[in-house]
Design a protein around this ligand. Structure first.
Ligand SMILES: [Mg+2]
Length: 334
């Protein structure tokens, strides 16, 4: 069959009534979907495109690819404290492969159902494999988390264990010596191919965090966006970085490179006043999510890395020069 023979979106992706979330006022079958945010809510909208070879490897299973394509978009909603509402899908396919489409649709729609996010429109084209998703969420008016809100004296926090996706990518590239054992490879590969968007954390941080961003390009690079937009600097404690068992087994250089400059993590990096430490810790416990306090926002622009003292403490700390590539992002920040 060819792409033009029938509507692929309708065949593989539309849900029957009762099968998934339904909140479009007008959905399948008209020229546009029509949706409305609930009274008092604002729409948060984000788009992400993934292209084979650039954003994912051809070895990924279709179900994991479907999951990740939506996950990276939900992660942007999470960074803004928005709850998922609906999404559209633009799929460019080299050919029609029914088994691939079924697997992709399952991974995509399972995650959509988990987050109550309705597919309200889509389009398919023939061409090199690419997936474009536009996601819409809602957030109470004026409460969206922004990159520009970090305040001097705030704690800097990160969720989960950034760096695992980069470790898996390096293993795929064959650049790890020694290589990863099977267990470490499969676990970190899961982090790379099937990230968990931190949606509940983002919603829980409304009114608690002063700024937030999701880690997609590397912790230091994304932190740079927050510092620039907030016109502040940061003292970051390397001793407080969360280290997963898989990363703990690597050399210090490799470990820090994965955590600080890895990317594709989809963890949240956020700032909150010290007075909120207990609430942040409690939120992490409620969500079963590791939240690590890794630094403190300072008035002096730029990034300062320290060892030998906990975040915010100054006694006994030693400066560590920044050797990580994504420091480029800080150019112009000072
Ligand atoms: Mg983002």
């Amino acid at each position: 069959m060819s792409l033009g023979e029938f509507d692929l979106i309708e065949t593989f992706f539309w849900r029957r009534p009762g099968q998934g979330p339904h909140r479009a006022v007008v959905g399948n079958g008209d020229d546009c979907a029509v949706i409305a945010p609930a009274p008092g809510m604002q729409l948060a909208v984000s788009t992400d495109t993934m292209v084979e070879g650039r954003h994912f490897l051809s070895t990924v299973s279709p179900a994991r690819l479907g999951h990740k394509a939506l996950a990276v978009n939900l992660s942007d909603l999470a960074a803004c404290g928005a709850a998922p509402l609906a999404f559209t899908l633009a799929l460019t396919l080299p050919r029609v492969d029914e088994a691939w489409l079924k697997g992709f649709a399952k991974g995509l729609l399972d995650l959509a159902d988990e987050h109550d996010c309705e597919l309200i429109g889509g389009d398919t084209t023939a061409g090199p494999l690419a997936i474009g998703i536009t996601v819409m969420g809602e957030v109470p008016a004026g409460q969206a988390l922004l990159r520009s809100g970090a305040q001097v004296g705030d704690d800097l926090w990160v969720s989960g264990h950034p760096g695992e996706a980069r470790l898996a990518l390096d293993a795929f590239r064959g650049s790890l010596h020694p290589g990863l054992g099977t267990e470490a490879f499969e676990a970190t590969r899961l982090a790379m191919e099937r990230p968990d968007p931190r949606v509940a954390l983002g919603v829980g941080l409304r009114g608690l965090a002063t700024s937030a961003i999701d880690v997609s390009d590397g912790l230091l690079g994304d932190l740079g966006h927050v510092l620039r937009r907030s016109r502040v600097g940061v003292a970051l404690s390397l001793d407080e970085l969360p280290v997963s068992p898989w990363l703990a087994a690597r050399s210090p250089d490799e470990r820090l490179n994965c955590i600080l400059a890895g990317g594709d993590d989809y963890e949240l990096l956020f700032t909150a006043p010290p007075a909120q430490r207990e609430r942040v810790t409690q939120l992490g416990a409620e969500l079963g999510l590791v939240l690590s306090r890794i630094g403190q926002i300072e008035a002096e622009p730029g990034l300062r890395l320290w060892r030998g003292a906990s975040a915010g403490a100054s006694e006994g700390r030693q400066a560590v020069p920044n050797r990580w590539a994504s420091f480029d992002h800080f150019k112009g920040a000072a």
